[in-house]
Design a protein around this ligand. Structure first.
Ligand code: PA5
Length: 439
């Protein structure tokens, strides 16, 4: 298998093929308005043909190679859409213990600006104190508080260590072409910078310099990532028919289940490499659909560990959920259970079997159990941990969630609700312009 695969056999007892096909007419016209840029939020469709239109790869790779030569520790600063895609790709593709293995050509990778914890930042500053450091600060608006605070600390640490001009050569900025405080700062200080296209929203920006630069610094092949995404761009542009377009099939299934009261989608992985892919998907789905009193709540679980905790709820709790298993078809490496002369732990019945074999049985056993527990479930399999496969997966979800949002009747490309907490926080912080009573 070299392509994504969606198995929905365990959905059919709950949603018939006929029920899904009933959506085909609407899907056809939504597909057309997506392709023609006629739907709501069409100012933010830059992601749609990004994989086939990206031209900045060479300069991103060149910058990444320079950073790899220059530093032992690389810090990517950002939050939400300016953070999760890169983290997803690096966790998906690299050795789990990358930072312990890092060599000068493969810097340690750290993330900052995704929380407001003094402990986290102080610990990070301590860890990088004696290392050669480069940073990439990423913010489309250029005004987001969390990354701005982290950048202030880290910029100061670099300037104390290397002087202002030394620090200038170690800071790369990814932001809007002309707007925001970060753009002004980048231009004033002469930092190397990359542009986030204005027509690509944060959660759809992983295949722009937002994701690509940190991903390339981590040694992941960004050309292969883009090639995988391009493959899915071509496939899903070509046909809107759910028999042949599994992104739309997935969207149709979600829509039918939602209409039957299944308001929570539990995305379950059986591989820890998917941890941040799930987090990235949660942002994509949650911000795209959760508005106007609508939306499937995107939850994520990591099996098998969560089978020993949340598994109880999934098996027997409130039947308002459906489950999507996200699997990796082939592990990078194979380990077989060793045979012991003394079978004290009683595991010799598994001797010679690979851990993937055991994991696969855990998956099948879980899918059957949850089906019995009245949880509709489907399985999306990504072929392997290659960047090409991940590119397919990123694009698959982008396309599917965009359509799913439209089917739900919401604009999948805005996020008005994200602003609410900020206003309150700024008022409480007495930010100029936000003082109590001034709004
Ligand atoms: O999807 C979104 O728009 C948000 O989650 C943003 O990605 C997040 O708030 C970061 O915004 P910015 O890149 O402007 O700092």
């Amino acid at each position: 298998m070299d392509s994504l695969d969606l198995n929905f056999d365990n959905i059919l007892p709950f949603v018939s093929e006929q029920d899904m096909q009933a959506l085909q007419g609407r899907i056809d016209s939504l597909h057309e308005s997506l392709e023609k840029g006629l739907g709501e939020g069409s100012d933010y469709l830059g992601w749609l043909h990004l994989p086939s239109q990206t031209t900045a790869l060479a300069s991103i790779q060149k910058c990444a190679d320079r950073i790899k030569d220059q530093c032992e520790a690389f810090i990517s600063i950002g939050i939400g859409g300016s953070y999760l895609g890169a983290r997803a790709a690096i966790t998906f593709s690299r050795n789990f213990f990358h930072n312990q293995l890092a060599t000068p050509k493969f810097p340690q990778i750290y993330f900052a600006g995704q929380n407001i914890s003094s402990d986290y930042l102080a610990d990070l500053l301590e860890v990088i104190a004696d290392k050669e450091v480069c940073i990439n600060v990423i913010s489309k608006s250029g005004t987001t508080t969390e990354p701005a605070i982290a950048f202030r600390f880290l910029k100061q640490a670099l300037e104390n260590k290397y002087g202002r001009s030394g620090a200038q050569k170690r800071i790369t900025v990814t932001t809007d072409q002309s707007r925001g405080a970060l753009r002004e700062l980048a231009d004033a200080e002469g930092y190397q910078s990359f542009v986030i296209p204005g027509n690509v929203g944060g959660r759809y920006s992983v295949l722009t310099p937002v994701g690509l630069l940190p991903i390339a610094v981590a040694g992941v092949d960004i050309e292969a990532l883009l090639a995988g995404a391009r493959n899915w761009e071509e496939r899903s542009s070509k046909t809107s028919k759910i028999e042949n377009n599994i992104a739309y099939r997935y969207a149709a299934i979600r829509n039918r289940l939602y209409s039957k009261g299944k308001v929570i989608e539990v995305m379950a992985s059986f591989h820890p490499a998917l941890k941040y892919v799930l987090a990235w998907w949660q942002q994509l789905a949650g911000e795209s659909e959760g508005k106007n009193g609508q939306g499937i709540f995107p939850a994520s679980v990591e099996y098998t560990t969560d089978l020993h905790s949340l598994g109880q709820w999934v098996q027997e709790g409130n039947r308002i959920i459906f489950e999507t298993f996200l699997l990796i078809g082939k592990s990078d490496r194979s380990l077989a259970v060793p045979r012991l002369d003394q079978d004290a732990d009683g595991l010799n019945y598994l001797a010679g079997k690979s851990l993937d074999f055991v994991n696969d049985k855990a998956y099948h056993g879980t899918a059957q159990a949850h089906l019995k527990g009245e949880v509709p479930n489907m399985t999306l399999t990504v072929p392997d941990r290659s960047p090409h496969s991940l590119g397919q997966l990123f694009y698959f979800f982008e396309r599917a969630i965009a359509l799913s949002g439209y089917l739900m009747g919401v604009n999948p490309f805005d996020q008005p609700g994200v602003e609410f907490y900020k206003k309150n926080m700024f008022e409480l912080l007495n930010k100029p312009g936000y003082e109590k009573g001034s709004l």
